[in-house]
Structure formats: structure tokens, C-alpha cells
Ligand binder design. Structure first.
Ligand SMILES: Cc1cc2nc3c(=O)[nH]c(=O)nc-3n(C[C@H](O)[C@H](O)[C@H](O)COP(=O)(O)OP(=O)(O)OC[C@H]3O[C@@H](n4cnc5c(N)ncnc54)[C@H](O)[C@@H]3O)c2cc1C
Length: 402
């Protein structure tokens, strides 16, 4: 039976980053992905400015910059009653812009970087289950074709296999996520008119929202997050559902009609996922496999790579002591808490505002009119300002009072 030090399941941003950091620390890493890259991924492709910091530390920034990501100058949020909240970004000083790049470019860049860092990458390699022995994880089982299964042993199995993680399912790590209940649909458009090539638009409607992000090469990524209570079962195809839901956004649909949609609509739902724990005896979860809320605040990609960096640090220390035991991996959960807890609270507050548009109208008519309030929010949502800044009573007062 094949035996490796670390097996990473999934070659998205979380898996590639974790694997690359581990290989750079001298570990023997095998990465398995069921897809062949470039592969499609339902994503609005808006990355938090702090993605760049992780790519810098990983050594992947030159390849990323060479691909020419779009640096956004602003995000405009439109309320159902037509109020606009404009959040401006600057490049330089203490302010930084969010970035966009198609996932069919970003993910192969990160996967290639993992390869160059010494990771053995196997595509078309679908993991079917986790190999267990009593309380611990011994490795994974792969689909070997023609109904056969192939086992690979590992000291550490990393589940970076996304929202529908087989690793978290097999380890019973998943917990119920009751809210928000949204499904996500994304499509690329070409030749559209009436959108700026450096501004992301977010339109909030009664049953969800639609975001439009400019991509390199003049394409537009159009993503919708829709309340499952309203949209489940209303159309038989993703395309049908996408077109039906676009009708909810009269400021967008006519402008898109002038261009054309490329490829098929990608979709997933419901998007929110929670897990009970992120590591145990011989295993750890990272990226969406470790939990996900919603794309509105655009931190999924950043959290995937930053989570990978945190996990690689803890795993390297654990493996140096000879085992990826539950105790040795426990600091990973603490590191995630320290890195993400307050931001997660901000994300939930933003979710409440988006879910109940009256709150958005209230904020837009009051505190969000003030540039300083919006600038602080931009930094927190961009993951480069301490999230506690927007949880302080003074900020909340500035936000709520006229
Ligand atoms: C509609 C939508 C819009 C979004 N928009 C944004 C956005 O604008 N900005 C943002 O930052 N985030 C956004 N996100 C979230 C973002 O896409 C994720 O947070 C990010 O992709 C997480 O990366 P990951 O590596 O954990 O998972 P993924 O990118 O999903 O990668 C998981 C990988 O695991 C592989 N895999 C799965 N199962 C197996 C298996 N059994 N065996 C082997 N391989 C397997 C898959 O092929 C895949 O390559 C959005 C999400 C959705 C659903």
C-alpha cells in the first residue's frame, strides 16, 4: 500500500496552499483532486485584498501578478429602494483594493505553485472515503476505476475538498447550518455595456442579492445568492433559475442582455456549512470543508489560503514531534479562532443586514453616508483592519445615528 507523510484532498485554494507550505517545510505531500484543472468553480471571483499577503509569503505572488488581476477602485451596494453605498478602495498607505481573477486562472496558478514547491499532484483522483482505525485516521481510499478502490496511508489527512467535503462527512465533523439558507449561481458574460471595468456592483433584492465583478480580459462575473425558501424548485435548470432570478434586479438585467453569457451557469446550494471541529487524530479540515457562510463579504478565497497557512504551521510543528495527534493539532483550531472569530461576527451582522433590507435602508440613510464609517468597514471586510474596530460602541453609534 502506498504510504505518504501528508495526503491533501482537494486542489482548490485551500488544498494547494496548505500543500505548498507543507512541502516548502520539507514534508512529503500528495495532493489528490477529483477534477482535471482548469476546472469550473461556482464563485464570484472577488478576492479580499489580504490574499496578496498570503501569496507573498507563499512565493506565488509573481505568477499571480503576471496574470493581471483587476484591482477594484470601489464597490457600490444598491439597496432595494435605490440607495447607493459606495465603498472606495485605494492602493497604497494603509488602504488596499480587492482583486478579481477568474477561478479557472487563479486555481491552476496555485496548484502549479504547489507542484513547483515539491507537492505530488494527482488530478482525476477522487477520494471516496477516509481510512480509519478506532479513533484515528490512517489515510484515504481512492476511486481506482472499474469499480476498484486504492488505499493510500498517511500520517496526516487534510480535508480541503470544499463545501461537500467527503473527509468531513466521513469523520462526522459536520454540524447543521440553519442560516443563511441561500443557493449560489454564477455565470460569465462578455461584451456587456454599462458596467465599469474597475467597480464591483452589489444589488440587494427582497430574496437575495446579485454581484457583478469585472474580470481580466473584459469579462464580467455575475453571481446571485438566492433565498432557498423562494427559489427551490422554481425552475428545472440552472440557466432557467438564473434568468428567472435576474428579473428581480431591473437595474442589471437590461445591461446584461446587450452582452452574451459564456459557458454554463455554475451553482451550489445551500452554501452555508458549519463543522463541529476542524481537526482530530491524524486529520484536519481547511477552506470550505472547515465551514462557510456566504459570498457577500467575499472572504472565502482569502480564508481558504490563510487557513492553509495556519494549518501548515501547526502541522509542521506536530510532524516534527513524530505524529499528527489530536493534541498536537489542537492549536490549529485556536489559531483559526484568533484569525477569524471577530470577522465571522461581522460577517453575520452583514448577513442580517442583507437578509432584512430595511436594515440596509436604515444604514444607508444614516451612518453609511459618512466616508470614515465606510472606510473602516472597507478595511475590516478587506481583512486588513482589526474587525473589533466595527464592533466598538463608538463605531456602532456612528453607524446608527443620523
Ligand atoms: C456562488 C458562490 C460565490 C462565491 N463568491 C466568492 C467571492 O466572490 N469571493 C470569495 O472569496 N469567495 C467566494 N466564494 C467562496 C469561495 O468560492 C470558496 O470559499 C473557496 O473556493 C474555498 O476554497 P476551497 O479550496 O476550500 O474549496 P474549493 O475551491 O471548492 O476546492 C475544493 C476542491 O476539492 C476537490 N474535491 C472535492 N471533493 C473531492 C473528492 N472527493 N476527492 C478529490 N477531490 C475532491 C474539488 O474538485 C475542488 O477542486 C463563493 C462561493 C459560492 C458558492
Amino acid at each position: 500500500m502506498e504510504s505518504r507523510e501528508v495526503v491533501v484532498v482537494g486542489g482548490g485554494p485551500a488544498g494547494s496552499t496548505t500543500a505548498a507550505f507543507l512541502a516548502q517545510s520539507g514534508h512529503d505531500v500528495l495532493l489528490l483532486d477529483k477534477a482535471r484543472f482548469p476546472r469550473e468553480k461556482a464563485c464570484s471571483e472577488y478576492a479580499s485584498p489580504s490574499l496578496i499577503d498570503v501569496l507573498d509569503r507563499l512565493g506565488a505572488r509573481p505568477a499571480y501578478e503576471e496574470e493581471g488581476p483587476v484591482r477594484l477602485t470601489a464597490t457600490e451596494i444598491y439597496s432595494p429602494q435605490g440607495r447607493t453605498i459606495r465603498i472606495e478602495f485605494r492602493d497604497g498607505g494603509d488602504r488596499r483594493p480587492p482583486l478579481t481573477m477568474s477561478r479557472s486562472r487563479l486555481d491552476p496558478i496555485l496548484l502549479d505553485h504547489a507542484r513547483r514547491s515539491g507537492v505530488e499532484v494527482r488530478e482525476n483522483a477522487r477520494v471516496t472515503s477516509v481510512l480509519r482505525d478506532g479513533g484515528g485516521v490512517l489515510g484515504v481510499t481512492l476511486d481506482g476505476g472499474s469499480g476498484t478502490r486504492v488505499a493510500v496511508r498517511a500520517q496526516l489527512v487534510v480535508g480541503a475538498d470544499g463545501l461537500h467535503s467527503v473527509v468531513s462527512r466521513d469523520l462526522c465533523a459536520r454540524a447543521r447550518s440553519l442560516w443563511p439558507r441561500r443557493l449560489g449561481l454564477v455565470a460569465h458574460y462578455a461584451d456587456v455595456e454599462g458596467f465599469r471595468s474597475d467597480i464591483c456592483e452589489m444589488h440587494v433584492g427582497p430574496w437575495g442579492y446579485c454581484g457583478i465583478a469585472p474580470l481580466p480580459g473584459g469579462l464580467m462575473s455575475v453571481g446571485m445568492a438566492l433565498d432557498t425558501r423562494r427559489y427551490r424548485g422554481t425552475a428545472h435548470t440552472r440557466e432557467g433559475l438564473f434568468d428567472e432570478a435576474l428579473g428581480m434586479f431591473p437595474a442589471i438585467a437590461p445591461r446584461l442582455r446587450r452582452g452574451h453569457r459564456l459557458r454554463s451557469v455554475r451553482g451550489v446550494g445551500p452554501m452555508a456549512r458549519r463543522v463541529r471541529k476542524v481537526s482530530g487524530e491524524g486529520w484536519a479540515l481547511v477552506g470550505d470543508a472547515a465551514g462557510y457562510t456566504d459570498p457577500f463579504t467575499g472572504e472565502g478565497i482569502y480564508r481558504a489560503v490563510r487557513g492553509g497557512e495556519l494549518l501548515a504551521d501547526v502541522a509542521t510543528a506536530a510532524l516534527a514531534h513524530g505524529s499528527a495527534s489530536r493534541e498536537r493539532l489542537a492549536p490549529y483550531a485556536k489559531a483559526r479562532q484568533a484569525a477569524f472569530r471577530e470577522k465571522s461576527l461581522v460577517v453575520l451582522i452583514v448577513q442580517a443586514v442583507v437578509s432584512y433590507p430595511k436594515l440596509l435602508e436604515y444604514g444607508a440613510a444614516r451612518g453609511l453616508r459618512h466616508p470614515s464609517v465606510r472606510t473602516t468597514l472597507a478595511g475590516v471586510l478587506g481583512d486588513y483592519e482589526d474587525p473589533r474596530r466595527v464592533l466598538r460602541p463608538r463605531y456602532v453609534r456612528d453607524l446608527l445615528l443620523p
